[in-house]
Design a protein around this ligand. Structure first.
Ligand SMILES: [Zn+2]
Ligand SMILES: [Zn+2]
Length: 409
C-alpha cells in the first residue's frame, strides 16, 4: 500500500537531490548546447521475463538537446509504470527503438523554447501522452485524443514538430515514448504535451492524472457519458480500471461491478467505489453480472487489453448495452462477437483512447474532483520506487498483483 509515512523524509531528500541535479545539469547546459540526463532506455523488445534478470531497460546517460521552438525542458518529478509501458517491453506495442520509455509522468518546467509564452520555469506540469496540435480535423472538433499529427509523431518516436532530442553521446538518436519519455531525469517535450497544474499537488499524486486517471475517468465521463443510477461493470482492476470505477462512483452509477482475477485488487476496487466484485478466476463474469443487474450491465468497460475479455464484457451487457474498450490489444488481434446482437439488440462497441480527453480541459477538471474528495486517486499508488528499480517493478506489474508503482526522481 502507499508508504505515506516514509514519504515526507524521502520527499524532502528527493527534492534536495533534484535541485542539486538541476543545478549541475543547468551548468552543463550553459556550457554546451546539450545537457546530460539519466534515462531508462529500451533497446530490444520481447526479452523474456523475469525482467529483473533480462533487464530490457538499461539506465544510460544520454545527451539531451535544449528545447527548440514550441518545446519545453522538464525536470521529471515522478513517472508511473503502466501496462502500456509493459506492452512496449513485451512487443505488443511496436514503438521505434531505441526508446526512452514512460508515458505517465509529471515534473517542473526548467526552460522554455522560442514561442512558448504561457509557461515559465518552475511551473508544475502533467504530461499528456498524445500531443494535440489544435488545428487538425480531430482537434478542431474537440477530439484531441485522436489528434492526427500527434499520433503520427508518437508512432515515429518523435516530438510533435518532428524532432528527437535524446542522443547516446557520439552515437545514435534515442526516441521519445509518446512524446513524454517519462523515465528520464529530464525530458524535452512539445508545449502541447504538458498541462500546467496547481503547485501544491504532490508529484507522486499528480503523475497518476497523466494516464490512469485521464484514461479511466475519461472513459466514463467523456466516452460513455455514464448516467446516474445506471449499471456499470469494469473488467480489470489495474490503474485504469480502478480509475474508471472511481469515475463511475463520482457520476452516481449503480451498481458498479469490478471484475478481476486477483482478490487483493478486488478489495482495492471496493475502496475505489465498486459495489460488487466478481473474481473471474472462479466465476463466469458475464453470468454473475447478468444476475447482479437482472439482465446485464448498461455499460461495460474493458481495461485489460485482451480480445477474449472484450468478448466477455460484451456478453455481460444487457440489450441496448454498451461495451467500452479501453485496454490496448496486440495490433494483429481480431475480435469475435455475435454480429446479430449489434442489430437485433442495439448493442454498441465503443473505443476510448486517452479517455476521449481534451487534456488541457480534463486534467485540471479531474484534479479539482480529487481535491473535492470525489476521486480518491492516491489509492492507485501501490509503491514508490527509484529509476534503478524499474526492471524488477515491471515483473510485479506483469504478475497483476499491483496497481500503480511510481518512480520518484
Ligand atoms: Zn498508460
Ligand atoms: Zn490535432
Amino acid at each position: 500500500m502507499t508508504r505515506h509515512g516514509a514519504f515526507s523524509e524521502e520527499n524532502s531528500l528527493a527534492k534536495i537531490a533534484g535541485k542539486r541535479a538541476w543545478r549541475t545539469a543547468r551548468i552543463a547546459y550553459r556550457r554546451a548546447p546539450t545537457m546530460k540526463t539519466l534515462a531508462a532506455v529500451l533497446r530490444e523488445r520481447g526479452l523474456p521475463a523475469p525482467y529483473a534478470q533480462s533487464k530490457p531497460l538499461s539506465i544510460e546517460e544520454l545527451d539531451l538537446d535544449p528545447p527548440g521552438p514550441g518545446e519545453v525542458l522538464v525536470q521529471m518529478g515522478a513517472a508511473g509504470l503502466c501496462h502500456s509501458d509493459l506492452s512496449v517491453i513485451n512487443g505488443t506495442r511496436l514503438w521505434p527503438l531505441p526508446l526512452v520509455l514512460g508515458h505517465e509522468a509529471c515534473g517542473h518546467v526548467r526552460e522554455v523554447g522560442e514561442g512558448v509564452t504561457d509557461l515559465r520555469p518552475d511551473d508544475p506540469v502533467v504530461f499528456a501522452f498524445l500531443p494535440s496540435c489544435g488545428h487538425c480535423p480531430m482537434c478542431v472538433t474537440g477530439r484531441a485524443a485522436l489528434c492526427e499529427p500527434g499520433v503520427a509523431a508518437n508512432r515515429a518516436g518523435k516530438l510533435l514538430r518532428g524532432t528527437v532530442r535524446f542522443q547516446k553521446p557520439g552515437a545514435e538518436r534515442v526516441n521519445h515514448h509518446s512524446g513524454v519519455a517519462g523515465y528520464s531525469q529530464f525530458s524535452v517535450v512539445s508545449r502541447e504535451s504538458v498541462v500546467k497544474i496547481d503547485a501544491d499537488i504532490p508529484m507522486e499524486t499528480a503523475v497518476l492524472f497523466g494516464c490512469a486517471v485521464m484514461t479511466g475517468v475519461g472513459a466514463v465521463v467523456n466516452t460513455a457519458r455514464v448516467a446516474a443510477g445506471t449499471s456499470v461493470a469494469v473488467f480489470g482492476a489495474g490503474g485504469v480500471g480502478l480509475s474508471a470505477i472511481m469515475g463511475a462512483k463520482a457520476v452516481g452509477a449503480f451498481p458498479i461491478i469490478a471484475v478481476d482475477r486477483i482478490e487483493s485488487k478486488l478489495a482495492l476496487a471496493k475502496q475505489c467505489g465498486a459495489t460488487h466484485t466478481v473474481n473471474s478466476a472462479s466465476t463466469d463474469p458475464a453470468t454473475a453480472i447478468r444476475d447482479i443487474t437482472r439482465g446485464g450491465a448498461e455499460t461495460a468497460f474493458e481495461a485489460v487489453g485482451d480480445g477474449n475479455v472484450i468478448a466477455q464484457a460484451f456478453a455481460a451487457t444487457r440489450r441496448g448495452g454498451r461495451t467500452v474498450c479501453i485496454g490496448l490489444t496486440h495490433p494483429e488481434r481480431m475480435l469475435t462477437i455475435p454480429a446479430l446482437t449489434i442489430t437485433a439488440e442495439e448493442r454498441t462497441l465503443m473505443g476510448s483512447y486517452m479517455g476521449s480527453c481534451v487534456p488541457q480541459r480534463d486534467i485540471p477538471r479531474y484534479i479539482a474532483m480529487y481535491r473535492a474528495g470525489l476521486l480518491p486517486v492516491d489509492l492507485l499508488r501501490t509503491s514508490v520506487i527509484s529509476l534503478g528499480e524499474v526492471n524488477a517493478a515491471f515483473d510485479l506489474l506483469d504478475s497483476g498483483e499491483v496497481a500503480r508503482q511510481v518512480i520518484r526522481f
